[in-house]
Structures are given as structure tokens and as C-alpha cells.
Write a protein that binds this ligand. Structure first.
Ligand code: ZN
Length: 265
């Protein structure tokens, strides 16, 4: 059996994909609950739509939703195959039982799409290594998990990992993915490019700020823009490390810095 992109919401046995409990081309292999969830979201929700736990419960049954940890595990699986689904942890304007669909990922209910993405999905170990290597910050904008975006106190950053060379190109080359091709990105920088209308007034304001920078800072900014990534200075890295210390250790450190900056100036 070969399901293709145009097969639509109805599985070969005549029921919608999200109502299947048994795989259509087998006698009794169970049809995974993540697959039902992905199919339901794909055909019933648009990008930007909010859905609630109750809505999922009504559409898919209690066994898929269960308690919120249960549902969160299923959503995590979909996030690993490029779905972007926000909860109140990503956007404080959402209630704890609400989620917003930010981007649709792999058509997980189709066997071949699921396998293609699985092969390129990073393991939890790779994810941890990459995020540690990058100092726990988005390499594009520099935000750390749990921080809020400048000027948007309700938008909390969550880190994910993304590719330097796009997945599609690797797939056509048939090369295995290695850790150097992964980089830490926040969910926002990881989003597909947004089509926004340019606002010339905004450009002028940005340019005015940039003009005020010294030559060294201009050069740094140029390299960040050219690379599409920002580097972090020695002070930035020291600050990241200092923040991993306990409160008491931080107080000791503050005392140390107060005395050493007083004596060296
Ligand atoms: Zn970012």
C-alpha cells in the first residue's frame, strides 16, 4: 500500500486517519496515537489556531489525551518531527489547557513520512550535547530557555535544535547527520521564514541605532548578520557560567567582583 501526499483525510479503509485504531494494511497492528493526533491536527486546524485538551478529548478520545503529562509526551513526539505546537509555557497568553499550532511538521500518520523524519530526528543525547556545546542559548538571537523576548514579557523562549545545512539537502545527498550540523535555536528562530511586509520606518530606526555603534561593534554586527548567528564574548560566557551557580555562590562572586573592580580601577 502506498499512501501519497494527495490521499487526503480518509485512510484506505474508508475512515478518517485520526479514527483508526488498527493500521489499515495489517490485521491487528495498533495505529499509534501520535499518528492519530498528527492527522487530526493536519486536517482540522490551521496555522495559528488554538486547540484545547477538551477538544482533543472529544475528537480523539480519553486514551489520547489522558492527563496533561500524557498529552505532552505525544506533543513532544510530534515536535521531534518538525511540528511547532505552543503551550502556555511558550506563550503566557495561553491557558494551561490551550495549545496553539504554529507550524505543521511531518505527516506522521503516513508510514514513509514518519520513517524519513525519524531517520533525521536527533536523539535526546544529541540534543543535550548540542545545547550544552552552544552554552544553552539560541545561536541566532542569543536567548536562553525560560527568558522572555525583548519587549514581549508573555513570550517565553524554548530551545530546540535545528540544522545548519537543511535536512532536505542532506536527505538527497544521503549523508548521515552529524552533530556539527546541529545548532541550538529557539522555537521562534527555528520557525520557517515569516512573510512580513517591510516597514520602511522600522528600517530607518534600526539604521539610526546601528549608525551610533562604534567601529568594532559595527564589525561584530556585520559578521553576525553574514553568518546568521551571533557569537558570545568571554564576558557573555562567564555570565552564563555564573548563572549556573547557587544563589549563595553568586553572592560570593558579587562580593569578589566588587572588591576586585574597586582595586583595579
Ligand atoms: Zn532565537
Amino acid at each position: 500500500m502506498n499512501a501519497s501526499a494527495d490521499d487526503g483525510p480518509i485512510a484506505p479503509n474508508g475512515t478518517p486517519w485520526w479514527e483508526l485504531t488498527i493500521q489499515p494494511d495489517t490485521r491487528n497492528k495498533p495505529f499509534g496515537q501520535e499518528r492519530r493526533l498528527a492527522a487530526w491536527l493536519w486536517y482540522n486546524k490551521d496555522i495559528g489556531d488554538i486547540f484545547t485538551m477538551n477538544e482533543l478529548r472529544n475528537a480523539l478520545g480519553e486514551d489520547i489525551v489522558g492527563r496533561s503529562e500524557h498529552l505532552n509526551r505525544r506533543l513532544r513526539t510530534l515536535r521531534q518531527v518538525a511540528w511547532i505546537i505552543w503551550s502556555y509555557k511558550d506563550d503566557a497568553s495561553l491557558r494551561p489547557d490551550e495549545y496553539r499550532l504554529q507550524a505543521k511538521g511531518a505527516r506522521y500518520w503516513l508510514a514513509e513520512d514518519r520513517q524519513a523524519h525519524r531517520r533525521f530526528a536527533p536523539s535526546a543525547r544529541v540534543r543535550r550535547e548540542v545545547i550544552d556545546r552552544d552554552g544553552g542559548r539560541c545561536v541566532i538571537c542569543g536567548i536562553a530557555a525560560g527568558e522572555t523576548y525583548p519587549g514581549e514579557p508573555s513570550n517565553i523562549a524554548r530551545l530546540t535544535i535545528g540544522h545548519r545545512v537543511p535536512q532536505e539537502r542532506l536527505r538527497t545527498r544521503g549523508t548521515a547527520d552529524d552533530i556539527e550540523n546541529w545548532r541550538t535555536e529557539c522555537a521562534r528562530c527555528n520557525e520557517p521564514v515569516r512573510d512580513e511586509l517591510p516597514d520602511p520606518r522600522q528600517y530607518d530606526e534600526v539604521l539610526a541605532q546601528i549608525r551610533r555603534l562604534g567601529r568594532g561593534h559595527k564589525r561584530t554586527l556585520l559578521s553576525w548578520l553574514q553568518q546568521g548567528e551571533r557569537t558570545r564574548s568571554e564576558v557573555d560566557r562567564a555570565y552564563d557560567l555564573a548563572r549556573t551557580l547557587t544563589r549563595n555562590e553568586q553572592i560570593d562572586l558579587i562580593t569578589y567582583l566588587q572588591t576586585s573592580s574597586a582595586s583595579s580601577s
